[in-house]
Each structure stands twice: as structure tokens, then as C-alpha cells.
Design a protein around this ligand. Sequence first.
Ligand SMILES: [Zn+2]
Length: 301
Amino acid sequence: MRAKRVGSIIATLAAVITVAAGAHGAAQTSSSPRGGAAATRIRLYVLDGGTLESDPARYQMTKEDVGVTQLSVAAYLIVHPKGLLMWDTGAVPDDEWAPTGSPVQQRLVLSDGQERRVTLTRPLRAQLLAAGHMPGEITHLALSHFHWDHTANSNAFAGATWLVRQADRDAMFIEKPAGTTRPETYASLKNSRAVIVTADEHDVFGDGAVILKASPGHTPGHQVLYVKLPETGGVVLSGDLYHYPQERTLGRFPTFEFNVDQTRASRTALDAFLSRTKARLWIQHDFTAHAALKKAPEYYQ
Ligand SMILES: [Zn+2]
């Protein structure tokens, strides 16, 4: 009896929340024929993971080639009517630094002893909250690949379904993972519910709006993410298929690829995909392009 009453209170609350969300959505997009549906239209939030000091020589280029030597670090939240997908999780775990109101310089030591410097302003969690979501609400996690600057806050999403390719998953949990990793930042994923993605193109929510696309080479299971947005149009989030935009224009490759021939083939395949879908490529590490994007709580739809 008591459980039944609680259940009916929850149902009433849910109905109130649904109505409120519908009204909110209708106010934002009056052109939508269905106000309720508008509240759950697909959205892409860009989250800022800081600025990485980088050496263009690691990408077979000079300072003159690239102009801006810094790389951006980005993570993304895709809000879809059927779930919430995190794409990459930053370079520095939130629990390793605290915001001060001014940019915070963080020095990291990778598993091979190499050092990296990242400048941060906003924790990932705070940006998710600004977008209206708690880390525990995220239903799906996908990483472009397992290098340290993409995995930092992965443990926070261990409760989500992890969409991963077998070759990357294997490389993450061998006894001595690559020097470009920080295995402690993704250790909890080992026990996550995982979907091992095998298809070249994997349709995450079944409606063609969010597609993981294989693009091996940087790592053996590297992937990119296509998001089809009704107003913005199609966008492909690059992972590390490119870092500096000049890799694309000058045809250069990083010096630390798992397999550079695979990367070359993946780039060619993505070019065909981009011309077929008319999607734009967002290079996640492109400092200038990333700086120009709206950040959460603003979003693309
Ligand atoms: Zn990277």
C-alpha cells in the first residue's frame, strides 16, 4: 500500500517534470510542431578540457608551419532522446586540481615518465552540471582512443555503457600499457558494461543521428564520432585523426602513430564520408577552431 502511494507520487512528479520540460522546449523552439519533443531534441555540448603545450616536431612540422603551437583539449556531451553520450573525458582528472578563478597550470607525468603541461579553467564536472547533467546520468561513454589527454575523467562514467573497439580495450588493460597513457584514469572501465563495437559505422541510438566510425591508426581501435544536428548540420568529432589542422593541409602524420598506413587510409575514408554526408570536421585539438566554439551551457542543435 505504502509502496503503491510512493509509486503514484513519483508518477505524478514525473508527469509534472515532463510537462515543465515540454513547456520549456516549446518556448525555446516555437517552430517545433511538438513542444514535448523539442525538449529532447539532439544537442551537442562542447566542453573545454584546457590547453596543452605541444611541440609541432612531434607531428613532423615546424612552428612556422602551424602558427599556434598549443593544442586544445575537448570533450563533448551528446544529448539524444534515447540517452546521453560522453565523447572523450579530458586531459586532467577533476580531482587532481581545483579552479581558482584564473587559469591553473598543471604538470602531468605519463606512464613512460614524460611530462606534459596543461592549463585549465573549468572542471569537466562543473561543465556537465552547467549543461544540466550529473556524471552518473550519462548512459553511454565512448572514447576516441585511450591516450591520456582523452581519458582523464573516464572513471566518473564507469556506470555508463562503454562503446569500445576490442583492439583499444585490449591495449588499455595489458600489463604495461603504452607510455602515452595514464591507466589509473580509466581503471574503473574494466568492470563497465561494454559494447564491443565491430562495425565500421556503429549507429549508437538507432536513428542515424550519432554514429561511431572506425578510424584506426593513431591507436589500433581509434574512432571518430559523427553527429547529425538538425540546425547545425553534420559534424564529425575527429579524435586524434588530426591534431593541428595543418596535418590535413600539408599531409603530415604524427611521429607516434600505432600504424601510419592505417591512419592514412582512415583519413582517406573519412574524406569520402565527409563528402557523402556533407558533414564538417571538427578537429578536437585545433586550438583556434575549438576556441571559437560555443561552450556549455550553450549548445549546438
Ligand atoms: Zn589527443
